[in-house]
Design a protein around this ligand. Structure first.
Ligand SMILES: [Zn+2]
Length: 173
């Protein structure tokens, strides 16, 4: 099941529901309904301002950011979200010491709520390297809908990388 790869660690029932949405070709509509709002953050400069505003509100004393930018090479599922449990120490240590926020380029076109969610995720890593309890508490503090939005992001990535036309073909086969 394709959904199992995007939703590793989630309850099987949710994975099965997501897979069914995909196979029915309804995933894109589902996401458009859930996440209708767009955003205008297109450049690294705009992203910097966006991140800075969040940081000023929630993580004022985390130290200045050295770099904020979109990154076309970043693989969201494997590198940003990890396996829903932890990220590698090497990656975390680098981010911590250099205070960099890199956001995958696909978020330029993603719904506003998903950009907000990934920025919250990366900002929380300024405090917590691992995807531990404190990390997710911080994410939730910055964005009360964090868990729902991370789930939505996983669906969004699945839909982006395996659009409905694939699913319908597979479903018909
Ligand atoms: Zn992470």
């Amino acid at each position: 099941m394709l959904a199992a790869r995007y939703l590793a660690g989630y309850p099987l029932e949710l994975i099965a529901q997501a897979e069914q949405l995909r196979l029915d070709g309804r995933l894109a509509d589902h996401l458009a309904r859930r996440l209708p709002e767009r955003h205008e953050v297109r450049s690294d400069a705009a992203l910097f301002d966006y991140v800075q505003a969040f940081k000023a509100r929630h993580l004022r004393n985390a130290g200045p950011l050295n770099y904020v930018g979109f990154d076309a090479k970043l693989r969201v599922l494997q590198q940003a979200l990890g396996t829903h449990t932890r990220r590698t120490q090497v990656q975390g240590a680098r981010l911590k010491t250099r205070r960099e926020i890199r956001v995958a380029t696909l978020f330029r076109e993603a719904p506003a709520a998903l950009l907000r969610m990934i920025v919250v995720h990366e900002l929380a890593h300024l405090r917590e390297l691992d995807h531990n309890k404190a990390f997710y508490q911080l994410c939730q503090h910055m964005e009360p809908e964090y868990f729902q939005l991370e789930f939505d992001l996983r669906l969004y990535l699945m839909n982006l990388e395996h659009p409905a036309s694939d699913a319908v073909e597979q479903g018909a086969a």
